[in-house]
Write a new protein. Structure first.
Lengths: 426, 116
């Protein structure tokens, strides 16, 4: 137990300031409007810096979240007073004071709900159709997640100034109006919620699948996607079966996050991973959401992907995995939207049922479309090695090595090639 | 046991570009040091001085003058202080040597408080 990996949930406690920063922005945006977004972000930063200058000396306040929201609100009022000298200011400030009466710190549960709702409104604004698709994930990370521009840039492997430009274009859209800060009407929910879930899906995948870039920030992306998805599941309007399916998928995946690499940081195949190392607490959460996802009529891609992840996570070991069920899920996914990459995964699962030789034949049908995809070559090499064609297998690994760009993957491939070399000699 | 004042000298850093994560990290380092000293019963107080404002006073009567300063752009200002208890300078230095101000500030000056 001592080496049990920490859960994503537990680690997220370590990012209090990021979370607080997103919460402050959401609360202030509700009170002052999205048009004030620029000064709101400055006020949030001011409040954090004030905390920095006070807390190390005077100790932590009893309720840091409430303290920060109160201080950032005052900082924002100061800025507005400084910028404006009109008579309307007094009425504006009175209106703000009235609106902030509801920030009742005395009732922590009510307070938490209120802040949670404010964050949901902000998520919907960041994923609004008026915001460019490729900016939505970054904007959500910035405004809701409290990530710094440099952190987002390093996660997406782009330059910080390019990321800053993309974000300021997106924020301009928010300030210009046309984007309401609201939880959409039930009639609009399906489409608007789909956009939000897609953004969280991309956020999680960005952190989960790539192995380049800043490792720590990437793990944080997964945690943030999980945190926001849980906010959505907890709300009556947004907690749909589909949202639960996505949450289940996230938790199943994160349960095996730390077992994907060995101690040297090298990649491990699913069959090489130590299942006893999978995070039990995350699995419990996953099962909970998985059960809740089954309550509606709708079957989404997330349901199917969660079910595949569940089959892997719940198998007592790799060879006892329920492969026919996984193949069935891939078939259903393919009917919904065909993709050669999903087909590759389907064939790998199918070969566990039908045998490696048949799998290899199936794989050849994809070679036109996928021969330049390194994982296609890896799968092919794996199959070839299994039926004893080590020379061919080695060539497929070499081809994968010629395509793969990132270092952990290249290390993995070189190790495989060396390993096969020993085989063909003995 | 004597009291020693740790005068925290710094060039005020620009925190406007610090990430929330970075700010939290910095606070945590100060807090951990402060707690360590407090738990050993050696912390007697501390405060941050505001980076903005400040006045110089001089003279008496007709010569009494007030001027603004030190300005935040000044190379080095007194940013704050911690008060600690120690048996002697050696122990005071030992307690202060891993204070995060040495990482984020310019330097620490230690002065023993004159016993009354």
């Amino acid at each position: 137990m001592s080496s049990a990996p920490e859960t994503a949930v537990q680690e997220s406690v370590d990012h209090l300031f990021r979370h607080h920063s997103g919460q402050m922005a959401a609360v202030l945006a509700r009170i002052f409007g999205l048009s004030k977004l620029e000064v709101i972000e400055d006020a949030v930063q001011d409040a954090l810096v004030t905390a920095l200058k006070t807390w190390p000396y005077a100790g932590f306040p009893e309720n840091p979240q409430a303290w920060l929201i109160q201080v950032s609100k005052n900082k924002l009022l100061d800025r507005i007073r400084r910028d404006r000298h009109t008579a309307s200011l007094d009425t504006e400030i009175k209106a703000v004071e009235a609106a902030t009466q509801s920030l009742s710190v005395a009732d922590p549960i009510y307070f938490a709900n209120e802040v949670g709702e404010d964050q949901l409104r902000m998520i919907f604004a960041c994923c609004h159709p008026a915001i460019a698709k490729d900016a939505q994930v970054a904007l959500t990370l910035k405004l809701v997640g409290g990530f710094a521009v440099t952190e987002i840039a390093s996660a997406f492997l782009v330059r910080a100034d390019a990321m800053a430009r993309m974000l300021s274009r997106a924020k301009l859209k928010l300030r210009e109006g046309g984007v309401e800060l609201e939880i959409p009407d039930p009639a609009e929910i399906p489409a608007r919620l789909d956009a939000v879930l897609k953004v969280l899906y991309l956020m999680f995948n960005e952190g989960y699948s790539a192995t380049e870039g800043d490792e720590l920030v990437r793990a944080d992306l997964c945690q943030e996607a999980i945190r926001l998805c849980r906010l959505l599941t907890a709300h009556p309007v947004t907690g749909t079966p589909k949202t639960h399916a996505l949450a289940a998928l996230f938790f199943f995946q994160s349960a095996r996050l730390s077992s994907r690499q060995d101690e040297a940081g090298d990649l491990l195949l699913l069959s090489e991973q130590d299942q006893s190392q999978w995070d039990r607490r995350a699995l419990v959460q996953a099962m909970d959401h998985f059960r809740n996802s089954a309550s509606g009529k709708e079957l989404s891609d997330y349901h199917l992907e969660a079910e595949i992840a569940a089959c892997h996570a719940l198998a007592p070991n790799h060879s006892l995995t329920d492969w026919p069920r996984i193949v069935n899920c891939y078939d259903l996914l393919q009917e919904r939207r065909y993709s050669p990459v999903v087909e590759l995964n389907r064939i790998i699962a199918w070969s566990k049922v039908e045998g490696t030789a048949k799998g290899l034949d199936e794989l050849e049908r994809l070679s036109d479309r996928l021969s330049n995809y390194h994982l296609f070559q890896v799968a092919k090499a794996h199959f070839l090695a299994e039926i004893g064609q080590f020379g061919e297998a080695s060539r497929a690994y070499e081809q994968a090595l010629a395509i793969a760009r990132n270092e952990p993957v290249r290390r993995f491939l070189r190790k495989k090639i060396a390993h096969i070399g020993q085989h063909s000699v003995t | 046991m004597a009291q020693y004042m740790l005068l925290l000298v710094e060039e005020p850093p620009d925190f406007s570009k610090f990430s929330p994560e970075g700010i939290q990290q910095l606070i945590a380092e100060y807090k951990n040091w402060r707690n360590r000293v407090a738990e050993s019963g050696k912390l007697a107080g501390g405060a941050k001085l505001c980076d903005e404002g400040g006045k110089y006073l001089s003279g008496t009567g007709d010569d009494f003058r007030v001027t603004d300063g030190p300005f935040a752009e000044a190379k080095e200002i007194l940013g704050g202080y911690f008060m600690i208890e120690a048996a002697n300078y050696d122990e005071a230095v030992e307690l202060a040597r891993d204070c995060p101000h040495l990482k984020y500030g310019t330097r620490i000056e230690i002065r023993e408080v004159q016993p009354t």
